[in-house]
Design a protein around this ligand. Structure first.
Ligand SMILES: *Cc1c(COP(=O)(O)O)cnc(C)c1O
Length: 480
């Protein structure tokens, strides 16, 4: 069994094994004709259930055959140009190479003595990101597992910085289009059930700062503490960007921590063309970025950046065995001092190889392409009488709804749209997402694949309309 341990003696076995796996995936990528097979849970789960984990196959080729059957064959493939659903990107090759390297070396980024150069690479990428944001000379940050964790840590720092006698008095302001991790974080941080004040959005799905101003006034008038304002730079549904400079002013005036959730919009940090859309981000106290959304990185790759490195001390605990206090005096860089996690992947390596191979412009241009594609898609939808489209895109999402001319009952229209999404998924021809707007069911394209063309969008719109029409036809039959 020792032949399966990765070490100097097994280097050849390692090379063969990984190459075999890579060959299979490469063949799969080349042959995939649809983003999904449409497999149903009931069809797939018996295949997984039938496998006896206590009877290993031993042989890599046999295991890869089995994996083909239970996973690779029916996986949802984000690289396919007709995968248009969630905030998942196709990944860039240098980052996948990074993934292979980081798993094999298996550095853990918690302490210098488990990572050495990895620590310095992560720190340099943090500095690179804070410089792109413009957070100033005292900035710092740390890689995290994702935007949810970044938001949690940001709000932890904000809570600790807020001077308040009781957790029940703290208030967080976020728009109604903000991410649910803000609510979850408030709960985890022990704040009261009313802690998150939801601010309405305007027609373009941006936070209404007039209402924010009023809510902040009211909060203070009631003797409560405005702990933080979460501005979203790229809402998950609409890609809308809250008015960052105005929010920064209000945060200054009320002494509130300004957190910018740029989990999605961070791709603009690499864009020459559209960087100005997130102007004002440099005034944040903290920023969430998800490289695994708009930097074309594999899951996971995310970071929390802060204006003032000293605020990261709220996440610092010392353990004698790991990161003793004296290490700080000896200036040994232990990243665990800044992190909610302890053992932590060297995800930074993926971004490092990406920047070293492609450069920031390379990433920015890919993101520009999908933003431009979204505008083309918007024009298609706006000109198509079969569809109602919600907002002109600021990033790369489109939210729309099939509206049959002959049907006036909005609940029936809801059902037609829900049916179309499900039927499309079951066909595997394309994958789209859905959401609710004003209580009604809508469909959503999240465009993150520069390989997707306007004709793919047009073709998927025809498929959706076909499924919706079929449903409405059948429902007429049912009624008569
Ligand atoms: C995706 C997203 C998050 C959560 O990030 P994860 O990486 O999925 O944890 C937070 N905020 C926004 C705006 C997002 O789009």
């Amino acid at each position: 069994m020792r032949s399966h341990l990765l070490n100097g003696l097994t280097a050849e076995h390692y090379r063969r094994s990984v190459t075999e796996g890579v060959e299979r995936v490469a063949a799969k990528l080349a042959a995939t004709e649809r983003p999904f097979t449409g497999v149903a849970v009931d069809e797939l789960s018996p295949r997984v259930d039938a496998i006896d984990l206590d009877r290993p196959l031993g042989d890599t080729a046999a295991v890869l055959d089995e994996l083909e059957d239970v996973y690779l064959k029916d996986a949802v493939y984000f690289h396919h140009p007709r995968y248009l659903a969630h905030l998942n990107c196709p990944v860039v090759i240098p980052a996948v190479l990074g993934e292979a390297v980081l798993s094999a070396v298996n550095s853990s980024l918690d302490t210098w003595d488990q990572s050495a150069g990895g620590t310095l690479i992560e720190r340099k990428l943090i500095d690179w990101t804070t410089a792109r944001i413009g957070l100033g000379p005292a900035a710092d940050g740390v890689f995290t597992s994702g935007g949810s964790q970044s938001n949690l840590q940001a709000l932890l720092l904000a809570r600790e910085e807020a001077k308040s006698e009781g957790l029940g008095k703290l208030r967080i302001f976020a728009s109604e289009a903000g991410h649910f991790s803000v609510q979850k974080s408030a709960k985890l941080l022990g704040l009261g059930p009313d802690a998150v004040v939801t601010v309405p959005v305007d027609r373009d799905k941006r936070m209404q700062t007039v209402v924010l101003a009023r809510e902040l006034e009211r909060c203070q008038a009631e003797g409560l503490v405005p702990m933080a304002v979460v501005a979203t730079a790229g809402t998950t549904d609409f890609g809308s960007i809250d008015p960052l400079p105005e929010i920064a002013e209000l945060c200054d005036r009320h002494g509130a921590w300004m957190h910018v959730d740029a989990a999605y919009g961070c791709g603009l940090l690499a864009s020459r063309k559209y960087r100005h859309r997130i102007d004002g981000i440099e005034r944040a106290d903290s920023v969430t970025v998800d490289y695994h959304k708009s930097f074309f990185q594999p899951v996971s790759s995310s970071a929390l950046l802060v204006r003032d490195a000293a605020t990261l001390r709220h996440a610092t605990y010392h353990a004698e065995y790991l990161n003793p206090r004296r290490a700080v005096r000896e200036r040994i860089p232990n990243q665990v001092d800044k992190s909610l996690q302890t053992t932590r992947r060297f995800d930074a390596l993926k971004l490092w190889l990406t920047l070293r191979v492609m450069g920031a412009d390379g990433i920015g241009e890919l993101f520009d392409e999908v933003c431009d594609l979204a505008v083309q898609g918007w024009h298609l939808l706006a000109a198509d009488p079969r569809y109602d489209v919600v907002v002109e895109p600021s990033l790369s999402t489109l939210v729309f709804r099939y509206i049959p001319a002959a049907v006036t009952d909005p609940a029936e229209v809801d059902r037609a749209n829900l049916h179309a999404r499900k039927a499309l998924f079951a066909s595997g021809d394309a994958v789209v997402a859905g959401t609710k707007v004003g209580g009604r069911h809508y469909l959503k394209f999240t465009l993150l694949n520069p390989e997707t063309t306007p004709s793919d969008i047009a073709a998927v719109l025809d498929l959706i309309a076909g499924h919706a029409e079929q449903y409405l036809g059948e429902s007429l039959d049912r009624a008569s």
